[in-house]
Write a protein that binds this ligand. Structure first.
Ligand SMILES: Nc1ncnc2c1ncn2[C@@H]1O[C@H](COP(=O)(O)OP(=O)(O)O)[C@@H](O)[C@H]1O
Ligand SMILES: [Mg+2]
Length: 401
C-alpha cells in the first residue's frame, strides 16, 4: 500500500487520484509518523510538494536506517540539481516533478518493486544470506575498441542469468561511450552518475534503486547518458559499487572502456576473473600482449585471466598456435564471426537468448560454464590489497614511455 502525505489539500487530492483509492492520505507529518508506526507493512511513502524539504529529508534518513525496505518518493514543484542532490543524499528513492502525475505512479511502482526485493533479501538473511557466498566479479577488458567487449559482456551476463537461475548485474563502466543500454534496448531512469550524489551514504537499497532490470535474473547499472557524466564519477565510488553488488548478486559482469584508466584499475582491484578479448589481427594481438605485460607488472595473478579470441574463424593468416606462442598464454575461448551478432544487437536481444543454438551462443555458454562458473572456489577473490602498489607501478611505467 502507498501512504500519501501533503499538507496542501489540493496537491494531496491530485496524488490520491493518481495513485488510486487504495492509497492512504494523511495530512500532516505527525499523522504520517503515527500511521507508519501502526503499519509496519507499508513500503511506499509519497511526500507531496507541500511537505517542507527538511521534514522530508529527516523522514527519509530515519526510514533508511529503521525500515530499509520502505522507499520515499518526493514530489517537488520544480526539479533542479540541488533539490535532487539533497533528496538523494538523505535517502529519498525517487524525486518527481509535481505536474508529472503519471511519473509519480511509475516511481511508486518502481519503489514497490525495490521494496519487494529488499524484503526478500532481508527475509532470507537468516536462512540463506548467512550461508550465501559472495558473488564473483567478471570484467571484460581489451585495450582496443571494437573487439567485442560489450558483445561478450552482455551475452555473458545473459547466459549466466540463464532464465533467472542466478542473479546477475551487468555494470557498464564505459562511462563516456557505454552502450549496454542500447545493446539491451533499455530505457533507464537512473544511471551510475546518480550514485555520485550519494557517495558516502550509498548503501544497497539506494544502489538498487539505480538499477535497470532487463529480464529474469538480469539487471543492469548503465553508464551516464551524456558523455560528460564520466568525469564526475570518482574511482573510489566504482570500488564501493562493486563491493555492494558483489554482496547481493551471484555474478557481477563489468563492461569496460578500451583504456587502463582509474575506473578500470578500481574495477580490476575488485575483479575475480578478467576476460581479455581480442580479434585476430596484429594490432589487437599486440595490444593484448601489452595488456598481459602490464597486468604482470601490476602483479595481477595470471590464474584470474582468461583469453577470448573473438571472430576467431576469420581467415586472416594468423593461427591460434601462433597467437598462443606470441602471448605465451593459452586461449580459453574462441568465438566465431557471424553477421547474426550485429543483427541481434540491432534487435536489442543478446544472441544467447535470441538463438541459444547459434555457434556464437554455444561458444559463449561453454566459456561461461568452463571458465567462469567452473572455476574452483578459492582460486578467485579480489586483489584489492595490492591496489596502491600496482597503481604506482602503472604510473611509473606510463611516465617512462
Ligand atoms: N563474433 C562477432 N561476429 C560478428 N560481429 C561481431 C562479433 N562480435 C562483435 N561484433 C561486432 O563488432 C562491433 C564491435 O563490438 P562491441 O562489442 O561493441 O565492441 P567493443 O565493446 O569492444 O567496442 C559490433 O558492431 C558488433 O556487432
Ligand atoms: Mg563497448
Amino acid at each position: 500500500m502507498t501512504v500519501i502525505c501533503d499538507v496542501d489539500p489540493a496537491g494531496a487530492e491530485t496524488l490520491h487520484t493518481a495513485l488510486g483509492p487504495e492509497s492512504v492520505l494523511v495530512p500532516t507529518m505527525d499523522g504520517l509518523n503515527k500511521h507508519l508506526a501502526a503499519h509496519p507493512e507499508e513500503d511506499v511513502v509519497v511526500l507531496g510538494a507541500g511537505v517542507d524539504p527538511l521534514s522530508a529529508a529527516r523522514l527519509a534518513e530515519t526510514m533508511r536506517i529503521t525500515r530499509p525496505a520502505l522507499g520515499v518518493v518526493l514530489v517537488r514543484r520544480r526539479l533542479d540539481t540541488s533539490v535532487l542532490a539533497d533528496a538523494l543524499r538523505s535517502g529519498v528513492r525517487e524525486v518527481v516533478e509535481e505536474r508529472d502525475v503519471a511519473g509519480v505512479a511509475r516511481a511508486v511502482a518502481r519503489v514497490e518493486e525495490v521494496a519487494r526485493q529488499i524484503r526478500e533479501q532481508i527475509g532470507g538473511v537468516d536462512a540463506s544470506h548467512a550461508s550465501k557466498p559472495e558473488g564473483r566479479v567478471v570484467s571484460v577488458f581489451s585495450a582496443k575498441g571494437g573487439c567485442g567487449k560489450t558483445t561478450l559482456a552482455s551475452n555473458l551476463a545473459a547466459v549466466l542469468a540463464d532464465r533467472g537461475h542466478r542473479d546477475v548485474c551487468l555494470v557498464d563502466l564505459d562511462l563516456a561511450f557505454g552502450d549496454v543500454a542500447i545493446v539491451l534496448q533499455l530505457f533507464p531512469t537512473h544511471t551510475i552518475a546518480d550514485a555520485v550524489l550519494m557517495q558516502s551514504s550509498l548503501d544497497f537499497p539506494a544502489l538498487h534503486a539505480l538499477l535497470t532490470p532487463h529480464s529474469a535474473g538480469l539487471t543492469t547499472l548503465v553508464a551516464p547518458l551524456e558523455p560528460g557524466g564520466a568525469e564526475s564519477v570518482p574511482a573510489s565510488l566504482i570500488a564501493r559499487i562493486l563491493r555492494l553488488l558483489k554482496a547481493h548478486f551471484d555474478f557481477v559482469v563489468v563492461d569496460t572502456p578500451p583504456a587502463f584508466d582509474d575506473h578500470v584499475l578500481a574495477a580490476l582491484d575488485a575483479t575475480d576473473i578478467v576476460a581479455l578479448i581480442a580479434t585476430l589481427d596484429i594490432p589487437a594481438i599486440k595490444n593484448l600482449k601489452l595488456t598481459l605485460e602490464t597486468l604482470e607488472l601490476l602483479n595481477y595473478p595470471k590464474d584470474r585471466l582468461r583469453i577470448v579470441i573473438n571472430r576467431a574463424d576469420s581467415k586472416v593468416g594468423l593461427s591460434m598456435n601462433e597467437v598462443e606462442k606470441t602471448l605465451r598464454t593459452s586461449i580459453s575461448s574462441q568465438i566465431p564471426s557471424s553477421r547474426d551478432v550485429p543483427a541481434s544487437i540491432n534487435r536489442g536481444v543478446p544472441i544467447v537468448l535470441d538463438d541459444p543454438k547459434h555457434p556464437v551462443s554455444q561458444a559463449i555458454r561453454t566459456f561461461a560454464d568452463r571458465s567462469i562458473v567452473g572455476t574452483v572456489a578459492g582460486e578467485t577473490g579480489p586483489v584489492g590489497e595490492h591496489a596502491a602498489e600496482r597503481r604506482s607501478v602503472l604510473r611509473r611505467r606510463s611516465r617512462a614511455r
